[in-house]
Design a protein around this ligand. Structure first.
Ligand code: NAD
Length: 331
């Protein structure tokens, strides 16, 4: 049985991925700063610790065949676009990737999956909300709009350099706004779908919710199960990437709020106000992944948002306080 390590397996995507890897028959170890707040991990072996720490990283990569590297200092627009966490985001995530790759390949790990992001794409191609360009070959000349994106781009290059120089196998995916149950929804790191579902769930019918920006910025959102399927297909194929894993169903942020209201059966007004928003328009370009992995999302946005809304509504109802992830400070 192959032994895999999921770095960041206590987080949103990692926790779902661990369930899938167990269902696929793998022996799974997790390394994370914390356990998932919402459900017990399916992992065989859960190690709580810091991947910036060399000794901890050395221990967790021992006797591992494949690594899924999802650990990162990350969050939604309220975390990565304010500028307040720039140094920590760059330092923490880069250190994790440097440690996991170097100590992993020294220990004999054969294959690495790295979760990059749509945030690597240049801002100059995402100024028109109706016509963003996010094909994989448009990443350069590089001009991401956040330090989070720059770190991801550096780390993509790091993984491919290790592939060329040390012969390890590497797979890189650029995720586009993954959402679903059991992700951050009120700890300051939540992303737009969770934040909007929470605001709608908390509002009284006839009330008002706040949306950052003019609400005309566009995005696409991918449900978690689709993301995990894309990751597994990429890992099992000879294609290295980088490749987008996202949805091509574009919606404005105000449109997303209206969709959540419709699901909730609530009529609310929207107050658009100044806030961190990121680029004007972004959408996944799935031509490459369809061609190489025959993958595309199987369900419309509404279906995933219905499941997510019901889960967040329950969290709001039981007022389950989200465990605040301690912001990893610089060592
Ligand atoms: P998440 O924050 O839920 O999970 C990240 C996990 O990494 C957390 O559990 C955190 O505790 C852990 N971690 C952070 N620093 C660590 C450290 N020093 N040592 C050990 N563990 C550490 O985020 P997610 O949404 O599950 O994202 C997973 C990956 O996918 C990240 O690399 C993220 O950048 C990438 N990604 C996510 C999205 C998205 O929409 N969710 C989009 C693009 C890229």
């Amino acid at each position: 049985m192959s032994k895999v390590l999921v770095c960041g397996g206590g987080g949103f995507i990692g926790n779902h991925l661990v369930k899938r890897l167990k269902a696929d028959g793998y022996c799974v170890r997790v390394a994370d700063l914390k356990r998932n707040e919402f459900s017990p991990s399916a992992a065989d072996d859960f190690r709580v610790g810091d991947l910036r720490d060399l000794q901890f990283t050395r221990e967790v990569v021992d006797e591992i065949d494949e690594v899924y590297q999802l650990a990162a200092d990350m969050g939604g627009a309220g975390y990565i676009f304010t500028g307040e966490h720039d140094a920590a985001v760059m330092h923490n995530s880069a250190t994790i990737n440097l440690n996991v790759l170097e100590l992993g390949r020294s220990a004999g790990v054969q294959k690495f999956f790295f979760s990059s992001s749509a945030c690597i794409y240049p801002e100059y191609n995402q100024l028109d909300p109706d016509n963003p360009k996010c094909s994989e070959d448009s990443a350069y000349p590089a001009a991401p709009d956040s330090e989070y994106g720059w770190e991801k781009l550096f780390s993509e290059r790091l993984y491919f350099a290790y592939m060329r120089n040390f012969g390890v196998e590497v797979r890189v995916a650029r995720f586009h706004n993954i959402f679903g149950p059991e992700g951050s929804w009120c700890d300051g790191r939540e992303k737009a779908p969770a934040a909007i579902c929470r605001k709608v769930a908390q509002a009284d019918s006839g009330g008002e919710i706040e949306i950052w920006g003019d609400g005309r910025q566009t995005r696409s959102f991918l449900y978690i199960d689709e993301c995990v399927e894309g990751v597994r297909r990429l890992m099992d194929s000879p294609f290295t990437g980088p490749v987008n894993i996202g949805s091509e169903e574009t919606i404005t942020i105000n449109g997303l709020a209206h969709l959540a209201m419709d699901i909730a059966g609530k009529s609310l007004s929207i107050r658009n106000l100044l806030g961190p928003t990121g680029v004007r328009g972004r959408n996944s370009d799935n031509r490459l992944i369809q061609e190489r992995l025959s993958w595309k999302p199987s369900q419309p946005l509404r279906k995933g948002l219905e499941i997510t809304y019901r889960w967040i509504e329950q969290q709001v109802a039981i007022c389950k306080p989200a465990q605040h992830l301690p912001t990893p400070s610089l060592p």
